[in-house]
Write a protein that binds this ligand. Structure first.
Ligand SMILES: NC(=O)c1ccc[n+]([C@@H]2O[C@H](COP(=O)([O-])OP(=O)(O)OC[C@H]3O[C@@H](n4cnc5c(N)ncnc54)[C@H](OP(=O)(O)O)[C@@H]3O)[C@@H](O)[C@H]2O)c1
Length: 304
């Protein structure tokens, strides 16, 4: 496994377990998933207060309560700011959300808190005050954002003194607008539309880690591209490289994301322990530049 260093000398695995889909699992199944991950050196677990309407955190919290020794082996992240059909950076709302998250997870601190989706009505100073409080009280150790572009991060930073360690963004071989805009600069191709406003480059410049969500999905939760006829050429290329590296095709798809030279982390969505094991192999694979481009093009992208 490869690890990223975070501020307080914490080591966080470049592959994480996304807990969005664990709400319907039994305690025993979650136990096996978590322990398989830990055995593979994966110590990073990604939650959000809305996953399963709070159930994902609850089931995870029960596991932590039953086996308190597990907590110190983990880097636990959660997110807040989505509720009732809106995005909410209100100070009191963030405060209350964190208390709810901690209660459900049965822990006294979060290793990382992300603001889930940008709230156009955000007041950076108000968020800054809450972050100060959460940091002082020891409830939150690191802060970050999700689904924000460069200017939104800069705006938020104008009122927040903590380092923002993370931007969690949708990215997969079948969803690459953030890469496309950097490849198609100043063209009239669709890929040249600045949907992310240089967010990846900004994250690199500022040392903000990029966490990729839905790493196997096409479109917006449009299904897994592995084995999908619409992505026949991509699947062929993945199979070829899987054979070369002695890995599974999904591991190659994760290695493609990890090859981008920011502080990358892949947030897995699988609930299947065997797939977690094969995914871990991605951390050991460094694709060549030509392999990286071949996969990008096999996914249906053209270079200008
Ligand atoms: N910040 C945000 O706005 C945001 C939004 C969405 C998600 N997230 C985070 O990102 C994580 C991952 O998102 P995601 O669940 O959409 O990721 P994903 O890995 O792209 O999709 C997961 C789905 O793909 C299936 N799958 C995984 N590996 C497979 C394989 N090798 N072959 C066939 N099917 C496979 C899984 O089924 P099995 O379980 O059966 O393997 C599951 O149904 C979430 O858990 C959450 O933590 C964040």
């Amino acid at each position: 496994m490869k690890y990223l260093n975070l501020g307080k000398n914490e080591k966080v695995s470049c592959i994480g377990i996304g807990c969005m889909r664990i709400a319907g699992m039994s305690g025993k199944e979650v136990d096996t998933l978590v322990k398989t991950a830990l055995d593979e050196g994966i110590n990073f677990f990604d939650h959000a207060d809305i996953y399963g309407g709070g159930k994902s955190e609850e089931i995870f919290g029960k596991l932590l309560a039953e086996e308190p020794g597990l907590r110190e082996k983990m880097f636990i992240q959660s997110k807040c700011a989505i509720h009732d059909g809106l995005y909410d950076f209100d100070g009191d709302y963030i405060r209350k959300s964190v208390d709810g998250i901690l209660a459900r997870l049965q822990t006294d601190h979060l290793d990382s808190l992300l603001l889930h989706r940008p709230d156009p009505l955000m007041e950076p100073e108000e968020v800054g005050e809450v972050f100060d409080e959460l940091e002082r009280s020891g409830k939150v150790r690191h802060f970050g954002v999700s689904n924000m572009n460069r200017y939104q991060i800069k705006l938020l930073k104008s009122g927040v003194k903590q380092k923002l360690w993370t931007d969690q963004l949708q990215m997969s071989l079948a969803h690459t607008p953030l890469i496309d805009e950097g490849i198609n600069v100043n063209t009239q191709f669709d890929g040249g539309v600045m949907r992310g406003a240089g967010t990846l480059e900004y994250c690199r410049l500022k040392g903000i880690g990029v966490q990729t969500w839905s790493p196997l999905q096409k479109g917006f939760f449009g299904g897994v591209f592995l084995g999908d006829e619409e992505y026949a050429e991509l699947n062929q290329e993945l199979d070829k490289l899987a054979e070369k590296y002695g890995a599974t095709p999904d591991a190659i798809a994760y290695a493609w994301l990890l090859r981008y030279p920011a502080r990358m982390q892949v947030v897995l969505g699988t609930t299947n322990p065997a797939r977690v094991k094969s995914a871990a192999k991605a951390a050991e694979i460094t694709l060549t530049r030509s392999e990286w481009y071949a996969l990008y093009k096999a996914a249906g992208n053209k270079l200008p």
